[in-house]
Write a protein that binds this ligand. Structure first.
Ligand code: NAP
Length: 311
């Protein structure tokens, strides 16, 4: 006999700051709410060593902040399940959410699936991932004590993670494709002042070298065209993110970059479907702004349920 789908008021897909904030507000608003997460709650911040720009919290480990947010939301009745979502579809006025552990029915769905890191797309990168190619310095920097490593990118993530890596590595070279950084001034000041941080400008990675483990990078100067090989034991790649919204394709309107289009209330063009945080167009991509998005979406979902499902 087919198992009956569990029924919820609100299903939240994705457990980053937007999803956790939406979960707190929906559960505290006495809506039966479940948060679905395929990995670890916190999303990108769970891999961030120190978050120091979340107002009211001067400095906190990203993983710890996410765990605190989860416990706070659970104390108001938020349920959480660690399962991947395979499909989302209309079921009359409701939504059917298919997961790795069965089906759920929801009056409203809030998509907070965030974004995933971009890859360089060069030879050697995929083969040597986990063998010196990393997208998480917080996770992997400690393996390279005293060694020379590279960081690719010129944004906040590259500098923040590069600075973290200096705690372990002997030398950290930031490889950037231009001659000016995109990162915030305060991180630039810290990076330039750190004697272990070095910079290679106007340079791109053409290939990650190594048999079993990374041994170096083949580089090209984009101004002169000159090629060079730089010996390193690891390369940390921080070249931006792309939204995780594939399952929204064909369901809701999206922009060319794959972000969900939403109004001021985080509502998509489909009734009862909301998107918040990095997955939506024009997100400021900060913990604080994602939290605000999640709160807005939960309040909008609450109003939507009251109007569309009168008792
Ligand atoms: P980002 O700001 O988009 O920066 C990506 C960097 O990678 C840019 O410097 C870009 O170069 C470079 N890049 C992009 N594609 C490349 C490629 N194919 N090859 C080589 N370089 C490439 O991404 P992010 O640093 O991950 O930050 C994402 C968001 O999170 C931002 O809004 C950021 O402010 C936020 N964030 C904040 C903090 C913090 O406040 N402490 C920490 C981490 C992240 P160009 O500059 O030439 O485009």
């Amino acid at each position: 006999m087919a198992e009956t789908a569990k029924e919820y008021d609100v299903v939240i897909i994705g457990g980053g700051p937007a999803g956790l904030a939406a979960g707190l507000y929906a559960a505290r608003g006495r809506r039966r709410t479940v948060l679905l997460e395929k990995g670890v709650v916190g999303g990108q911040i769970s891999l961030t060593d120190i978050v120091e720009n979340y107002p009211g919290v001067p400095s906190v480990n990203g993983f710890d902040l996410a765990q605190t947010m989860l416990k706070q939301a659970e104390s108001y009745g938020l349920e959480s399940e660690y399962v991947p979502v395979s499909a989302l579809e209309r079921a009359g006025k409701r939504w059917r959410v298919r997961t790795g552990a069965g089906e759920l029915l929801a009056k409203a769905v809030i998509v907070t699936t965030g974004a995933d890191y971009n890859r360089l797309g060069v030879p050697g990168e995929e083969r040597l991932t986990g063998r010196g190619v990393s997208y998480c310095a917080t996770c992997d920097a400690a393996f390279f004590k005293g060694q020379e490593v590279a960081v690719v990118g010129g944004g906040d993530a590259a500098l923040e993670e590069g600075l973290f890596t200096t705690r372990f590595a002997g030398k950290v070279t930031v490889i950037h494709r231009r001659d000016a950084l995109r990162a915030s001034r305060i991180l630039q000041e810290r990076a330039f002042a750190n004697p272990k941080m070095h910079f290679l400008w106007n340079t791109v990675v053409e290939e990650v070298l190594g048999e079993e483990f990374v041994t170096g990078l083949r580089l090209r100067n984009v101004v002169t065209g000159a090629e060079d090989v730089m010996p390193v034991a690891a390369v940390f790649v921080f070249i931006g993110h792309h939204p995780n919204a594939d399952f929204l394709r064909g369901l809701a309107a999206m922009d060319g970059g794959g972000h969900a289009l939403v109004d001021d209330w985080m509502a998509t063009d489909v009734p009862g479907l909301f998107a918040a945080g990095d997955v939506r167009q024009n997100s400021a991509r900060q913990v604080a702004s994602s939290v605000g998005d999640g709160v807005t979406a939960a309040i909008a979902a609450d109003h939507y349920i009251s109007a569309s499902f009168p008792d």
